[in-house]
Design a binder for this molecule. Structure first.
Ligand code: F0G
Length: 354
């Protein structure tokens, strides 16, 4: 055990911890790979395209970075329970960390649109699931009220510990590259992560761990049917195949706009087809399997590069926010037959088309 990596919050303790604070709960979050995507980069016309694969976090998404801090602090504050609204990943993460802390976890979910793997994760960890006949935004409104009533600690990203912990994604990107990228692309749903990455780069520059003159441009991408920031108004009935970002009124709207504007970046919309195409390209060219929402950043970068808005030598990091295994239903089998054939070599050879 002597060479076990230090837990994430210990590693960045100087930037995150309060005096004397301890973080007993950890599941081994963070320290996710940054993959130099050479084949995908070739396809997109980018020599320096990197994928920050957050699917290797303990519950398979970036949420664990903030959840570990939020739950440690909830425990320290004497919380009796935690509660969240979720399109799926937050609930999987909250359920896991609450289980590790021995706290009850309540989850309010929008009806019908939570990916199967995420539901299974929350259920398996013993969270109490409540599905409402409404969307994520309505679930979050209810959760905020419950939090105000003091019944449970809210662990959505309206809890500042969540965004503080998620800054570690930016820290790791800089540590891995030895500098900040020129541009950082990611999906935007409730708009917490883009805000957290921007805060992370700012924190790192303030601490002298990267140059303040080399801040990255933040490139955020919403799904066309759920693009309130792009349209400039809340969307009442958001729709997208990327259910994780099916959000019509993001909680961190203003912070995201600030990140965009201060960094000279963009927040734009990509279609469901562009998202699914990008998801397929990422796994077929790089072997990295992310969920649909996670591919929105790559879909956006693909378009910007095609439009000549990103030079070939731009250092681009796309954050792949969640694991593809969470949402197996989103993968369409296009080739190969799953109808059984005779267990005979000739028949198999014919099927292989060799
Ligand atoms: N990618 C994935 C896989 C997500 O689960 C989410 C958000 C996002 C991107 C967007 O990040 O909200 O910080 O802008 N999922 C939340 C949830 C809403 O409930 O799991 P954001």
């Amino acid at each position: 055990m002597t060479d076990a990596p230090r837990p994430l919050l210990e590693r960045y303790r100087a930037l995150l911890a309060r005096d004397g604070e301890s973080f007993p709960i950890t599941l081994g979050e963070g320290m996710t790979p940054l993959v130099h995507a050479r084949r995908l980069g070739d396809e997109l016309g980018l020599d320096q395209l990197h994928l920050k694969f957050e699917g290797t976090n303990p519950t398979g998404s970036f949420k664990d970075r903030g959840m570990v801090l939020a739950v440690n602090r909830a425990v320290a504050a004497g919380a009796r329970a935690v509660v969240c609204a979720s399109t799926g990943n937050t609930s999987a993460s909250a359920a896991a960390y609450a289980a590790a802390a021995g706290l009850p976890c309540h989850v309010i979910l929008p009806v019908g649109k939570v990916a199967r793997g995420k539901l299974a994760q929350a259920l398996a960890a013993g969270a109490r699931l409540i599905m409402i006949d409404g969307n994520f935004d309505e679930a979050l409104t209810a959760v905020r009220r419950l939090g105000e009533e003091g019944l449970a600690v809210v662990v959505n990203s309206v809890n500042p510990d969540r965004l503080d912990g998620q800054q570690t994604g930016a820290f790791e990107v800089v540590d891995a590259l030895g500098r900040a990228p020129d541009a950082l692309a990611l999906p935007v749903g409730n708009a917490g992560n883009i805000s957290a990455y921007w805060r992370g780069f700012t924190t790192y520059a303030d601490a002298g761990r990267m140059s303040a003159d080399a801040m990255p441009r933040m490139l955020g991408f919403q799904a066309e049917g759920a693009a309130p920031i792009v349209r400039g108004e809340p969307i009442e009935k958001p729709e997208t195949v990327a259910t994780a970002i099916r959000i019509g009124n993001p909680a961190s709207w203003e912070l995201a706009v600030e990140a965009r504007d201060r960094s000279g970046g963009v927040i734009e919309a990509v279609s469901d087809d562009e998202i699914l195409d990008a998801q397929r390209m990422i796994v077929r060219l790089e072997g990295v399997f992310c969920e649909p929402a996670s591919a929105a950043g790559v879909a956006g970068v693909r378009r910007l590069a095609a439009e000549g808005r990103l030079d070939r030598d731009t250092v681009v990091v796309c954050v792949l926010t969640g694991h593809g295994l969470k949402d197996p239903d989103a993968v369409q089998a296009e080739e190969g037959s799953l109808t059984p054939i005779a267990p005979e070599l000739d028949a198999i050879r014919r099927e292989m088309d060799l």
